[in-house]
Design a protein around this ligand. Structure first.
Ligand SMILES: C[S@@+](CC[C@H](N)C(=O)[O-])C[C@H]1O[C@@H](n2cnc3c(N)ncnc32)[C@H](O)[C@@H]1O
Length: 282
């Protein structure tokens, strides 16, 4: 059942994320025999919910150190990449826009600056710890265009918005973290208006450069995890490497976007190939 309650004056909560005790091996066994019955889909759904619950706990756990670690680990460069992604979403003055997996709101605030006081911005995330920080950042700023931001706790795989609600959507370092990337893209397509664009920033899983993969792995093993360890979060950040390894390449992301209905999809490598932005138009 959908749940809607107020976290503070600018924040609402949609949907309850549950978990189940099903082991992943059950899903593997069913997947490998290619079953398409309702038993398959309900087992898979339960597994997805369980994984979603784990990820929700992980992001709540790292929330208080997340922004500081981002600055430290990217030497502040993540701010430049986020600006690029927001620009490429095509958001403009007066637009109604959405930032999915908003975390503490970096892209959401940039979107608010683009759409201005006549626009409206929604930041959606399932981790309430992140949303609390985002909402405190909003309250601590006197920038008038930040007043038009609403924070919503909800699931990227089941967006609590009507079809064609938004003129632009952004996702920063979120798509890699959802348990079903195709479903997330399907939901983005559904809530975007015709001719509108989504811009998705994330790590890039390079398909053709072994040097980039080597550098990325080296930095993760020798910089990111040891630094995160210093904050007692080494195990949580170790998950980054697997998530990047399992993330679709730029070409695969373009293909997935076209498959869910987008009319154009282009993936751009940035930061020397370490990061990527998928830009897809409805
Ligand atoms: C790596 S953080 C990125 C935060 C922010 N966009 C940024 O770039 O700084 C990923 C965010 O995705 C959120 N997230 C992951 N899966 C989600 C889901 N299924 N629904 C909503 N939020 C999700 C996490 O809670 C977390 O805040």
């Amino acid at each position: 059942m959908d749940c809607l309650y107020s976290l503070n004056s600018h924040c609402t909560v949609h949907g309850m994320l549950d978990s189940s005790a099903l082991p992943r091996s059950v899903v593997h066994a069913i997947k490998s025999c290619n079953a398409s019955s309702s038993v398959h889909s309900s087992v898979e759904e339960a597994w997805n919910l369980r994984q979603t619950g784990h990820r929700q706990s992980l992001f709540n756990r790292i929330a208080s150190n997340y922004d500081h670690l981002n600055d430290l680990l990217s030497l502040g460069q993540h701010r430049v990449w986020k600006r690029m992604a927001v620009s490429w979403s095509g958001a403009k003055a007066g637009d109604i826009v959405l930032d999915i997996c908003c975390g503490s709101g970096d892209l959401t605030f940039l979107l608010a600056e683009k759409v201005g006081v006549r626009g409206k911005v929604t930041g959606l995330d399932f981790a309430n710890e992140h949303l609390t920080i985002a909402s405190e950042r909003q309250a601590g700023s006197s920038n008038a265009c930040y007043r038009n931001i609403e924070w919503v706790q909800g699931d990227a795989l089941n967006l609590p918005f009507a079809d064609s609600s938004f003129n632009a959507v952004t996702v920063g370092y979120g798509l890699r973290n959802v348990v079903d990337i195709t479903q997330a893209l399907r939901e983005i397509y559904r809530v975007l208006g015709t001719g509108s664009t989504v811009s998705i920033l994330d790590f890039n899983r390079s398909s053709n450069s072994t040097t980039t993969i080597f550098i990325q792995d080296w930095v993760l093993d020798n910089v990111v995890v040891p630094v995160a360890n210093g904050y007692g979060l080494g195990d949580d950040y170790a998950y980054l490497k697997t998530s990047i390894a399992n993330f679709p390449t730029g070409k695969q992301q373009e293909k997935l976007a076209l498959e869910v209905g987008f009319s154009r999809a282009r993936h751009y490598e940035i930061a020397g190939g370490l990061m990527g932005v998928l830009v897809a138009t409805h």
